[in-house]
Each structure stands twice: as C-alpha cells, then as structure tokens.
Design a protein around this ligand. Structure first.
Ligand SMILES: Cc1ncc(COP(=O)(O)O)c(C=O)c1O
Length: 297
C-alpha cells in the first residue's frame, strides 16, 4: 500500500481536502472499497479554477453540479457542497488553485441497480495549488491528434467514467501532442478528450451544438459571451475532419486550460500553421475578463 506520506510527496504542496464536511490533508482521506464510485464509476465530478483566492464562474459550476446530480438521481445537498468548497478554499490558503469536487452514490453492498434505500452520497472536495501545464503551448500553439470517440452515449453528464478519455489523452501524449480531438464514426469532431473544440472559418467562430455527445463546457459558455463582446459571429456547427484543411484557426477551451490555440492536427498545419488573429483576440479578451474578476470585490 502507498503510505500517506508518499501521496503527500506527489504534490509540491499537499492539497487540502474536505471529506463529507471534515477538513483534512488529501493523503489522509479514506474511502470504503464498497463505495459505488470505486466499484462502478457511479459518481460525478467538477473542476473549478481559483484566481486570487476566488472561485471563477462559481455559479455556473454549481448549476452544472446540480444538473448532474439530477441526471444521476444523486441525492446530495448542493448548499452543503457550496459551503464546503468556499470553506476549503479559504482554509487552504492557496490563492492560485484548482478545486476538484467528486460526488459518489455512497457505500452499499455490490449490486448494479441503485440501492434502495439510497445510501448517503460521499462528497470529496480538494483544493490544490495551480501549476499551468499549458503555458508552453499557449504561446507556440499546440499540436493535437484525431482519435475515434469511444465514449458512452451520455457525455453530457460529467461522470467519472473517463477511461475512453484517458485512452485518447494517452494516445495524444505518445505522439508528443497536447490533446486528442474525438471523432465520431462519420468523421465529425465533437470535442477534445478534456476540452471543448472551436474552429474559425472566414472570421466566424464555430463549435459543436450541445447534445448528449459533448460536455456542456463552462468555458464554452464564457467564449460565447466573449464573442459577443468582441462582436465576433459565433455559430453552433460541428466541424468535420474533412474540413480541417479549409479551417483558418482552431482552439480548445477548458477550466484549467483556458484557451489553447491549436496550430497542427495529425502533423498537418491549420491555416498557415501560426496562431490566428481571432484566437489571439479571444485569448486577450479572456485574460482581460480574468483580470476584471481578480479585481472585483
Ligand atoms: C470532455 C470534456 N469536454 C469539455 C471540457 C471543458 O469543460 P469546462 O470548460 O467546463 O472545463 C472538459 C473539461 O474537463 C471535458 O472533460
């Protein structure tokens, strides 16, 4: 067994956890092997970015947690989750951080159907110091690969069943790429393994419409708002793999990734292979939006 001190050493600074309301170092959290999250992946999760000690787009993330709890018939109390997130951020002392939230159906004898009566959900929250692993790509533009989308048919639920996403991400890593774009059987590119996908064609920003095949990204919503502020037209239209040689720009978005311009797909350049003007404009607008948020009281 890995000793708790070894777990603590995996982080530069050990994250602070909150396990069902009790605060403790992450390495000291103990979970039953009968937890349905462990046995079946019967759990949802959420990731929130903290800038200057404040959770960014907090209400949007809380709304998505609530929608996921409802879609999974998970009887967890959102009010307690909100309070525990706020308290853990403030007790952690981390100013630039990310918050991971994980809600499982709880502990019950192993059986596929939902236990009756329902067990008490287990709620894990932890706050970790943030290290930006994308900064090198943000300036140069990222290379990505296209891989088949092998996920289940309810990708709108932010469930912890991420094996197909992990496979895709590992394939990208093995080819020296920052992310994998997921393609359905007909060649439509839905999103990344852990990000939303956007294209730019003739100055119009394109992204796949919401449906059960993609996660409704919180950052995706912010991009829609920033497009309005920048007077950029945005259209919900899925990009097909065969259109990539006509696309001018591509970029990915996610909570900790922010905006990541993509300059190569499967080793082929997008547009002229440089970060394009619309991507630059949106990266700039995103940074200004965060600065305003940092300075809000
Ligand atoms: C599959 C997938 N799509 C999109 C996103 C982006 O979502 P958000 O902007 O809410 O972080 C993520 C983030 O984890 C993801 O895993």
């Amino acid at each position: 067994m890995i000793h708790p001190s070894e777990i603590a050493k995996m982080f530069e600074q050990e994250p602070l956890a909150c396990w069902n309301g009790e605060r403790l170092p992450l390495s000291e959290v103990r979970v039953s092997v009968l937890d349905r999250g462990f046995l079946f992946g019967d759990a949802i999760y959420e990731v929130i970015r903290v800038y200057s000690g404040k959770p960014f787009l907090f209400q949007d993330h809380l709304n998505r947690i609530q929608r996921n709890l409802e879609k999974m018939s998970l009887p967890a109390d959102l009010g307690s989750i909100q309070r525990w997130i706020e308290e853990t951020i403030s007790a952690s002392g981390f100013v630039e951080a990310s918050v991971y939230i994980h809600v499982t159906r709880g502990v019950a004898p192993r059986t596929h159907r939902f236990p009756d009566p329902p067990p008490t959900p287990n709620v894990l929250i932890y706050v970790a110091a943030f290290h930006d692993s994308y900064s090198q790509f943000r300036h140069s533009g990222a290379s990505v690969v296209v891989v088949p989308d092998q996920r289940w048919k309810r990708c709108d639920i932010k469930s912890v069943n991420l094996l197909a996403n992990c496979f895709a991400s590992e394939m990208a890593h093995q080819q020296g790429c920052a992310e994998a774009l997921l393609s359905d059987d007909s060649g439509k590119l839905s999103e990344g393994s852990r990000s939303s996908l956007f294209g730019v064609k003739d100055s119009v920003v394109l992204t796949a419409p919401l449906g059960e095949n993609i996660l409704p990204g919180i950052t995706r919503r912010l991009i829609q708002q920033l497009c309005e502020e920048c007077q950029l037209e945005m259209r919900e239209e899925t990009i097909h793999q065969s259109q990539l040689d006509e696309i001018d720009e591509l970029f990915l978005t996610a909570t900790t990734m922010e905006i990541l311009p993509v300059t190569r797909v499967d080793d082929q350049p997008i547009g002229d292979g440089q970060i394009g003007p619309v991507s630059r404009q949106l990266v700039d607008a995103y940074q200004k939006h965060i600065e305003r948020f940092r300075n809000e009281t």
